[in-house]
Design a protein around this ligand. Structure first.
Ligand code: GLU
Length: 617
């Protein structure tokens, strides 16, 4: 062991930390304007198994993954389990499962292995000890034997005097031999980094930054215990295990990490990390700190509010991995694309380090927008995720819908034969399986609860003309019962003539082309409205031709017939139209009593009820 150490030490020549710091090349120089390095990046995601993956940590993992993929580098996973006391049983496995679910597969790390392992810090304790000894030997670190009581007293006095906490470096007065000897005899100690000044560093997001927490003299006359204090962070704990800071720096160096992307909560530790790199004589990696996620109120997104773990989004809300990744990617990252909808593969091609500074407000409405967008893509591209949607909706139907009326709609079809075209037709509205089933409930039951029919068109459209059109649609035989057929039949249905034909007792001249088009438009508008009311109680959802195909011929005909019966007595359409019809009837009666033919000789023929079909003067 000693021989190994002296061998290693022989290659190292002592350089003071400040000189090392000064000689460190500005790492950001090799990056373009978008922050992309001109070399393949080696990045890592370094979670602690003290919790589960949540939105913030998923975003960190994603950005690291994307930078590696964009630059043709590698993405590593490292488990930072130095804090064994806080480790949650099962959390490590959950991290693997969650990352795999999200599609963030690591190139090196636990399970998959790699040339720089082990990738779990608890299996690397000897590495950290060796490096700590190197630092002690070089004079950059020292053993501190101060008892907890002494440190507590020091801290208490400093706090009572309103001073920042710190250590007074008592143990630096021990000679190297004394220190070795006390340690060899089992004297309880920690190892501290000797640091006089924290260096600034260049952050790829925040620019040159640092805290220069220079703890020089905090001298208070006559109070020795409040004398000189320093930050001198602990590297090795008294149990011989490393602190997060030591393990993190040693590993990032040994694993040849080129970029550390992590949350701004670590920004205050970074100067200390850079000091540690300097002490080792290593070039620090590039740092890119990503902003904090906050609620629209400005409050930090946390477990307490909505930074809930990934399982919540996946299992409780049924969010797709693609939607959640897309949503995470947009949290603080800006792009020049036309739309915000990206798959992971697309993100891999366009990712940059154009990350905004300042807190990122998380608006969950966007997540649902993206969910619908990805659902639509899955359906259009027949992706495997689309099958998952079919399965989820089918399960929801089985769990919530009465079997008997459903079987009437299904007839010889399986449930997925019904759900698949329905999802294809209405994927753009898909959020969750249960919302989808609720929204499209009329497709799963024969008893549909229609509100009273209320016309929409301001042009009065006789209900009989709608009945005739609906009946015409049902003439299509089963073999031709297809979306294209219905689309064609509806669009080629001559609404203007239909209106004309239904206007009994009215001698209407052939209207000009413009009014024919207007009349057709008004008729179609009312027809769509009527068909939707008859077929699905007016619920939003798939288009009419799609609805007729999904329901099947029998059920469509049944509903249209039912609709006709229910509206047989609907005479007129709007209150205005009602009034006009009454006026027309009064005029008719008057003309009759005066011996004139209906609406032929009277001067004041009011044909405005015919809307655009009324003859022009
Ligand atoms: N183990 C740290 C965490 O849990 C990693 C911080 C870093 O990425 O350096 O977030």
């Amino acid at each position: 062991m000693r021989a190994l150490r002296s061998g290693l030490l022989a290659r190292r020549s002592w350089v003071c930390m400040q000189c090392r710091s000064a000689s460190t090349k500005p790492a950001a120089a090799s990056h373009n304007k978008s922050g992309l390095p001109n070399f393949p990046a080696r990045t890592r995601f370094a979670p602690s198994p003290t919790g589960y993956l949540h939105l913030g940590s998923l975003r960190t993992a994603l950005f690291n993954y994307l930078l590696a993929k964009r630059t043709g580098g590698q993405f590593l996973l490292r488990i930072e389990d130095t804090d064994q006391a806080r480790t949650i049983p099962g959390a490590e496995q959950r991290l693997y499962d969650d990352l795999n679910w999200a599609g963030l597969h690591w190139d090196e790390g636990p399970v998959v292995g790699g040339a720089f392992g082990p990738y779990k810090q608890s299996e690397r304790t000897n590495i950290y000890r060796k490096h700590t000894h190197d630092l002690i030997h070089d004079g950059h670190a020292y053993r501190c034997f101060c008892s907890k009581e002494r440190l507590d007293t020091l801290a208490r006095h400093r706090s009572e005097s309103g001073l920042a906490p710190g250590y007074d470096r008592t143990c630096t007065e021990l000679s190297a031999d004394e220190s070795e000897e006390r340690a060899a005899k089992g004297g309880s100690h920690v190892v501290r980094l000797k640091v006089d000044k924290y260096p600034d560093y260049k952050d790829l997001v925040y620019g040159t930054t640092g805290k220069n927490r220079s703890k020089k003299l905090d001298l208070l006359e006559g109070a020795d215990i409040l004398g000189r204090v320093y930050d001198d962070p602990i590297l090795l704990k008294s149990d011989g295990h490393p602190t997060y800071h030591l393990a993190n720096v040693v590993d990032d160096h040994l694993m040849e990490i080129s970029h550390v992307i992590r949350g701004t909560e670590w920004m205050s530790s970074t100067p200390m990390h850079v000091a540690l790199y300097n002490a080792f004589g290593w070039t620090p990696p590039n740092f890119a700190h990503v902003p904090l996620l906050v609620e629209p109120t400005g409050e930090k997104l946390s477990k307490r509010n909505r930074d809930i773990d990934l399982a919540h989004f996946r299992d409780k809300q049924g969010i797709f991995a693609a939607s959640l990744l897309n949503f995470s990617a947009l949290l603080g990252w800006s792009h020049t694309g036309k739309s915000d909808i990206f798959s992971l593969e697309e993100l891999e091609k366009i990712f940059t380090l154009k990350i905004t500074r300042g807190n990122t407000v998380v608006a969950f409405e966007k997540l649902w927008f993206l969910q619908k967008a990805h659902a639509q893509r899955f359906a259009a591209q027949e992706r495997p995720e689309f099958n998952d949607m079919v399965t989820a909706v089918s399960k929801e139907v089985e769990a919530t819908v009465a079997a008997e009326p459903l079987s009437q709609i299904l007839q010889s079809r399986s449930l997925s034969d019904l759900v698949t075209p329905l999802l294809k037709a209405d994927a753009k509205s898909y959020t969750t399986a249960s919302e989808f089933v609720a929204r499209n409930s009329t497709f799963f039951s024969t008893s549909i609860d229609r509100p009273e029919y209320t016309p929409v068109s301001s042009t009065p459209i006789p209900i009989s003309s709608l009945h005739t059109a609906a009946a015409a649609l049902t003439l299509v035989p089963n073999a031709h019962w297809a979306i294209a057929t219905h689309k064609f039949n509806i669009s080629s249905y001559d609404g203007a003539s239909a209106l004309q034909a239904e206007s009994e007792n009215v001698d209407i001249p052939i209207p000009d082309e413009k009014s024919r088009i207007a009349a057709d438009k008004a008729f179609k508008k009312e027809l769509y409205h009527y068909l939707r009311w008859a077929l699905s109680a007016g619920a939003p959802g798939p288009g009419i031709p799609e609805t007729m195909v999904i329901l099947g011929r029998d059920e469509s005909v049944r509903r249209l017939t039912e609709g006709m019966k229910l509206t047989r007595d609907v005479k007129a359409r709007s209150p205005v139209a009602e009034r006009l019809v009454r006026e027309k009837e009064r005029e008719k009666a008057k003309a009759k009593s005066e011996g004139e033919g209906p609406l032929t000789g009277g001067k004041e023929k009011d044909l405005s009820w015919m809307g655009s079909l009324a003859p022009k003067e």
